[in-house]
Ligand binder design. Structure first.
Ligand code: GLN
Length: 549
């Protein structure tokens, strides 16, 4: 069997979801990773996305949530962001797979005759590919413990092959593999008691695939009481202490601390025959205390278009932005009051822009396409004219440059060719290397993606934030500031405080202090690298400025 050596180094913890999605499986997986890391072990986390998409880049964020970009440029599920934020680390592309990426490899190998003329089958070849990918991630990350989150919910057809791979791994190496189920325990108002039946059913469904959870994490509105723990234990084949209570909490960063109340890391380490070292969650606790101690609100408006799914506001589309605001705010003793502002409303009724007066800071995040663009530009103009701190992220930077070109530099017919290809003044234009991709309709994984270096000018706000000249941040774009207009824009006062090392590509634009207290946009996405213990520098400076409003 290929990859037979996997058992040599690592222990593997599979996380399955029971009953329904959206109950915080990613946060639970990240929190398990965190408490094990806090025991002094080297931990990594893998996300399995059961979609046929080869990566998350082609998925609509309103349906699937944010597309999280790794340093390598791989476009992944938002849970990868949770892992990086909790583990305070950077994860390599080995740590993300989808049904599509697994099959793509298998089919390529088949074409290359790597299976030596065999009939290629789901078992053992596809499951073998899954196992190999997991093992490879263990060795690339030099991990002692690997957390593998299986997306979707137990019983979904589409995650069968991943569950089967997990079963095979456990069967071959029972002492190195652990199964955890995160299940939902509803507390229906009318009944007035927590119901464990859905969890029992979910475990039974997992059992029918040959997998018995070793630990059950019971997600509910409140703490699971002793009676419910006994019931889940009895019906789901675990001991009472292996049922962990996971009530709703006000901050996701409390979850690791909550798990430790039920001694989860010791239970896991014992089961995996790992040495139990002392826990060090000191810095983490300090941040969590800041979250609970902060009292002074800071009102931040995020002006975008992606908000509605039916009657719901789908904030998952911007999860890294939200978390980055939280990191920067709490670390400066402020409670962020984040408000969603639909830019289309400003197009229909410009009078509404006045509501922005009440904000400490405004963000226009990343985005694509025409809908709501003029509303965003109007909001940016309002922020500039009323001296409200502004942070533009990718599209938010491009639109800030357009607003400046139109209303300060006085250029006519200014636009981005993304919206108006025939515009006379394309201040934002498709990057040369992207033209071919667009003509040939190559959309998947073809943007300018991942880490690129940026050189920062001294004496600017960007330099104040990063405190160094050479940085790397993550990107996801096709358009850029058109080099033809740089001189004119600079003459009108705009500062390009960050550029690519060859000075060809504008990475950061800002207004001088004489024009505005804080108006800055970056072509990259600083939100992807912000963590509770290391807030993103641009977010930190933005909140610092917003505190003074
Ligand atoms: N649509 C813009 C571009 O492709 C901005 C992308 C983004 O905000 N991530 O360049």
């Amino acid at each position: 069997m290929k990859g037979k050596n996997w058992e040599k180094n690592a222990k593997y913890i599979f996380i399955f979801g029971g009953v329904m999605s959206g109950i915080g499986k990613g946060v639970a997986a990240s929190s398990i990773a965190k408490i094990i890391q806090a025991r002094g072990l080297s931990v990594t986390a893998i996300k399995i996305d059961p979609y046929v998409n080869v990566d998350a880049g082609t998925m609509n964020p309103t349906e699937h949530g944010e597309v999280f970009v790794l340093a390598s440029g791989l476009e992944t599920d938002q849970d990868m962001g949770n892992y990086e934020r909790f583990l305070n680390t950077t994860l390599p592309p080995t740590n993300y797979m989808t049904t599509g990426s697994v099959y793509r490899h298998v089919i390529q190998k088949e074409r290359d005759l790597d299976y030596g003329g065999k009939c290629v089958q789901v078992i053992p070849h596809v499951t073998g590919e899954v196992i190999e990918t997991i093992e490879n991630a263990a060795s690339v990350n030099e991990a002692e413990v690997v957390i593998i989150e299986v997306g979707g919910t137990t019983g979904d057809y589409e995650n069968d092959m991943f569950t089967e791979a997990a079963r095979q791994m456990k069967m071959c190496h029972p002492n190195n593999v652990l199964f955890v189920m995160i299940s939902y325990v509803p507390y229906p108002n009318k009944i007035g008691e927590m119901k464990t039946k859905p969890t029992q059913q979910a475990v039974r469904s997992l059992n029918s695939a040959g997998v018995q959870p070793d630990i059950i994490i019971a997600r509910s509105e409140q703490d699971i009481d002793k009676k419910r723990k006994e019931k889940i234990a009895l019906f789901c084949n675990v001991s009472e202490k292996e049922v962990i209570s996971a009530p709703d909490v006000s901050s996701i960063y409390e979850v690791p601390l909550n798990f430790e109340k039920d001694d989860l890391s010791s239970i896991i380490l014992k089961k995996l025959s790992l040495q139990i070292k002392q826990t060090n969650l000191k810095k983490w606790k300090k941040f969590v205390n800041k979250v609970s101690d902060a009292k002074i609100p800071i009102k931040i408006g995020i002006v975008g278009k992606y908000f509605g799914t039916g009657d719901c506001i789908f904030s998952d589309s911007y999860i890294s932005v939200i978390e980055a605001i939280k990191h920067a705010s709490y670390s400066q003793d402020r409670v962020p009051d984040i408000q969603w502002i639909n830019s289309e409303a400003y197009e229909k009724d410009p009078q509404k822009l006045c509501e922005l007066e009440g904000f400490n800071g405004i963000i226009v995040p990343g985005g694509f396409g025409e809908r709501g663009v003029e509303g965003k530009i109007a909001a940016i103009q309002y922020a500039r004219e009323h001296k409200i701190p502004y942070l533009g992220l990718c599209y938010g930077m491009q639109l800030m440059v357009i607003e400046f070109a139109r209303n300060v530099a006085g250029l006519k017919d200014v636009h981005t060719t993304e919206i108006k290809p025939q515009t006379k003044c394309p201040v934002i234009d498709l990057m040369i290397e992207q033209k071919k991709n667009m003509q040939e309709h190559h959309y998947g994984a073809t943007m300018r993606l991942g880490n690129y270096p940026c050189k920062i000018k001294k004496g600017t706000k960007a330099f104040e934030a990063y405190k160094k000249m050479n940085i790397k941040e993550r990107h996801r774009h096709r358009y850029e500031v058109n080099p033809r207009y740089i001189k004119q824009l600079e003459k009108a006062g705009l500062i390009f405080s960050g550029t690519s090392p060859n000075k060809q590509l504008m990475e950061i634009a800002e207004l001088p202090q004489s024009m505005h207290p804080f108006m800055l946009g970056s072509q990259f996405h600083p939100e992807f690298t912000s963590t509770p213990l290391r807030p993103g520098p641009l977010f930190f400076q933005f909140i610092k400025a917003a505190k003074n409003v």
